[in-house]
Design a protein around this ligand. Structure first.
Ligand code: GDP
Ligand code: MG
Length: 312
């Protein structure tokens, strides 16, 4: 087994941090490490928290952390939101609030950097989630801003996705357009202390009437993160969703689908990495880029074909 995997299995926190750095840097050892990590996973509950900037994702996670620790559950938090207080881009006040968690050995907090990672942010995040699982955390929470494709990709690997919305913010339309409504397993109306909760709730209910989700019906939960309100209800619904995934046929179908998507993603990333490496080390091929009018379709096809023949 990879020495880092061995140390992670023995709950060595420094090995955990080291492994994530190795993943971020897309180190050559990554795939062999991940294979070992995969074999020592313990099936933590992976939970994604997404939503517009300012919706209260970090505040919610902060409160949920306290709640989960009271239940004696251990939690890893991976922040993909560059503005997250967990990633240091924080308001001072937020950081002070988080300090209690930073000192707790039952909690691990890490932000993701993408620099150098060929597979991109989503890949690095997925791998890091698994490393935290292998270490033995009961729950892995991921905070992402619900905006781009890479956020959507991250949500493909988590078990449960909570979409944080706020009353009167008009973000539902944005989120709808970005295709994020579909990936929500749970609608979280945060800032439920503000006016407009009823209206947002009926918008979500109307949405569900139209799309008529099969299998799991995303519940609507109300929270006030600033006052720690609604955490028990939120956790109950997250747990229900986990049971749905692991104890029902329709949940099993969804997990099969998820596996397929991940394998396809991995194949795409692996081939891309290989082909790109081949091109970059071949002077003759690089020369072709000197002609800005070259046919991109023809180039891509011929190089992929050439790569395919090499493996024969
Ligand atoms: N009124 C109210 N404000 C909240 C609530 N939750 C978070 N906020 C505030 O919303 C702002 C953005 O919160 P933050 O957690 O950083 O949002 P994020 O960008 O989604 O991570 C902060 O000023 C929070 O204090 C809530 O339930 N009610
Ligand atoms: Mg945040």
């Amino acid at each position: 087994m990879h020495p880092l995997a061995e140390r992670i299995q023995k709950q060595d926190m420094r090995a955990l941090a080291r492994a994530i750095t190795l993943i971020e840097n897309d180190d050559d050892q990554k795939l062999s490490l991940m294979s070992d990590i995969f074999s020592i996973q313990k099936q933590a509950h992976y939970i994604g928290i997404t939503g517009s900037p300012g919706a209260g994702k970090s505040s919610l996670i902060n409160r949920l952390l306290t709640f989960l620790r009271q239940q004696n559950l251990t939690v890893a938090v991976i922040a993909v939101d560059p503005t997250s207080p967990f990633s240091g881009g924080a308001l001072l006040g937020d950081r002070t609030r988080m300090n209690q968690h930073f000192l707790d050995p039952g909690i691990f907090i890490r932000s993701m950097a993408t620099r150098g990672s060929l597979g991109g942010l989503a890949r690095a995040t997925k791998d890091s989630i698994r490393v935290c699982d292998a270490y033995g955390f009961d729950i892995v929470l991921v905070e992402t801003v619900g905006v781009g494709q890479s956020e959507l990709d991250i949500m493909k690997v988590v078990d449960t996705t909570g979409l944080v919305l706020t009353p009167n913010s008009g973000d539902v339309l944005q989120i709808f357009k970005a295709g994020i409504m579909e990936i929500a397993d749970l609608f979280i109306i945060n800032k439920a202390d503000l006016p407009g909760v009823g209206k947002l709730k009926s918008t979500l209910e109307e949405y569900m009437m139209i799309v008529q989700p099969k299998g799991w019906q995303p519940p609507i939960v109300q929270t006030i993160s600033t006052e720690s309100e609604g955490m028990d209800e939120l956790w109950k619904n997250m747990n229900d969703h986990h049971s749905y995934l692991y104890r029902t046929d329709s949940g099993t179908e969804r997990r099969k689908q998820q596996l397929k998507l991940e394998v396809y993603d991995l194949i795409r990333e692996e081939i891309w990495r290989d082909v790109k490496t081949e091109i970059e080390r071949d002077e003759q091929k690089l020369e072709v880029f000197q002609n800005p009018d070259a046919d991109p379709y023809q180039l891509a096809r011929s190089w992929v074909k050439e790569w395919g023949r090499k493996g024969e």
